[in-house]
Ligand binder design. Structure first.
Ligand code: SAH
Length: 397
């Protein structure tokens, strides 16, 4: 996989933020400074594995190099404005990324995994009718540092909490290999999903580079199967993705036909289902045993009938896939309601009987508005896009 090497872009203050540079970029940066490329791995380990943002603590990097780095670079992490914990263990961070904008990242602990949900944009331009992020409009793309910074912040906070406090007499016990691993082994963040605010494929280069830090051995070291990009279906970008990355793919389908999907996910008018599914199949080429996850939000009386379940079975028959049913998470002024448990179970049973692995996503963290589609952050809308009122087809059951 040949992701492009990013040329370090100085911030407004004229400094290069080392937090957002992946290994190839950092190696190129150090070579340009007349240094050996292995400095890149040292720096990655300090920043991402040990959560260190102060150059002075990086003791295996010479004092003179640290002084040079201090002159032209910075390690700037998103500022935590608010950290909330749900009764079910879900954690949410509100992070300030600039004077007017905040984003949110959410950690969802489960029995066998810990998933961090990461944002890719401030707001979203796609206007999906059932998503609260859409209501806020679009402001801008996040930088690589702002995307990976969400993992950095969560990793540090979770690692900090998982460690036994020194007063318990454990001061000398070794830390886990990385802050991702609490003492006694076992990672805390085992999976990252690009399912927060924004459409990741519309911030392509930055998202790809941030994901390469997630899977980088000297940074977060997650397997490509445990990093998932979720898209509403930007087909040309999806075709580009398979050239540079092989992370897991989730596709927000939400409807079994174009007429309904045009209303729920308006980008479908540009890239209809047939084109999207063809692109999904191309993504799986050369990746045996991999499957696409299709996400399907359960909207009462809109897309949850048995007939629509059968239509979905037919649609996905030839695609190695699994299906995640997401009970709709309401937000103020929405015109939708969540499907009943009976409707969701009936829908799921039809899919399962037809051989689809189907999971109903349990709603997590809704007491802190951390569930899918509830991530709000704070967005200064520059899109000037008026909220369009899209008529919704109500399908009789
Ligand atoms: N833009 C990307 C990722 C962001 S949303 C995408 O569309 O995939 C992550 C998932 O949450 C998507 O499947 C999205 O459709 C779903 N979602 C959005 N709003 C929701 C809501 N109110 N209730 C339940 N799921 C929602």
């Amino acid at each position: 996989m040949n992701a492009p090497v990013n040329i370090a872009v100085p911030s407004k203050a004229g400094r290069i933020n080392l937090l957002g540079m992946d290994r190839p970029s950092l190696e190129a940066f150090f070579v340009a400074l007349g240094e050996k490329p292995f400095r890149a791995t040292q720096l990655l380990q300090w920043i991402h594995q040990r959560g260190v943002s102060n150059l002075d603590e990086m003791t295996n990097i010479s004092k003179s190099l640290r002084t040079r780095l201090a002159e032209t670079t910075e390690i700037r992490c998103p500022e935590v404005v608010l950290e909330q914990a749900s009764d079910d263990g879900t954690r949410k961070w509100l992070l300030r990324v600039d004077s007017g904008n905040c984003i949110e990242a959410v950690f969802i602990p489960e029995q066998d995994r810990g998933t961090l949900c990461v944002s890719s944009q401030v707001g979203c331009a796609l206007d999906c009718s059932f998503c609260s992020t859409a209501q806020q409009g679009f402001n801008r793309n996040l930088s690589v540092a702002e995307i990976i910074g969400q993992v950095w912040v969560a990793n540090r906070a979770l690692g900090r909490d998982a460690r036994v406090p020194p007063e318990a007499g454990c001061r000398k016990r070794p830390l886990g290999k990385t802050p991702l691993e609490p003492m006694g082994g076992g990672r805390i963040i085992t999976n990252v999903v690009m399912m927060g605010m924004g459409e990741p494929l519309l911030n392509f280069d930055n998202v790809v580079q941030a994901m390469s830090l997630m899977t980088e051995d000297f940074a977060y070291g997650l397997s490509k199967r445990r990093v998932t990009l979720s898209t509403a279906g930007v087909v040309p970008a999806l075709d580009r993705l398979r050239e540079v990355s092989d992370v897991s793919l989730a596709v927000s389908l939400h409807a079994p036909n174009d007429a309904l999907r045009n209303e729920l996910v308006p980008i479908n008018k540009k890239y209809p289902i047939k084109e999207l599914l063809a692109s999904c199949l191309r993504y799986l080429e050369g990746k045996p045993h991999r499957r696409i996850t299709f996400e399907y939000v359960m909207l009462d009386g809109v897309n949850d009938s048995p007939q629509q379940a059968r239509e979905l079975v037919h649609l996905l028959a030839d695609i190695p896939s699994k299906i995640n049913l997401i009970p709709f998470n309401p937000f103020p002024n929405t015109r939708y309601a969540r499907s009943s448990d009976v409707a969701i179970d009936r829908f799921r049973d039809i899919l399962v009987k037809s051989g689809f692995t189907t999971i109903t996503r349990r709603t997590r963290g809704d007491d802190i508005d951390a569930a899918c589609g509830q991530l709000a952050g704070k967005v200064l809308d520059r899109s000037k896009r008026k909220l369009r009122q899209i008529p919704v087809t109500v399908v009789a059951q």
